[in-house]
Design a protein. Structure first.
Length: 85
């Protein structure tokens, strides 16, 4: 961020605003492209890649189940109803 811009009048402010708006727009397009690349499912034609993807998803699902089980055992008492006497 450069602080060398000297503002003398309203036109300087409007020019700087337009410049910043353009810069933000360009950066927004970059972020949108990166986000699209991140969340887009890539089609694989290779059986090895497909198998490794399925294996990876299976291991991730198993890990999630183990984590949920561990959390339920540790904090399960928060979700159980207390008996009324």
């Amino acid at each position: 961020m450069d602080n060398t811009n000297i503002i003398h009048n309203l036109e300087d402010i409007q020019a700087r605003k337009a410049q910043l708006h353009e810069t933000i727009g360009k950066q927004g397009e970059k972020v949108a492209a990166l986000w699209h690349d991140l969340v887009t499912v890539k089609q694989t034609n290779d059986r090895g890649e497909m198998l490794s993807g399925l294996l990876s998803k299976g291991v991730m699902a198993f890990d999630v189940v183990l984590m949920i089980t561990k959390l339920y055992r540790r904090y399960g008492s928060l979700f159980k109803r207390k008996k009324r006497r």
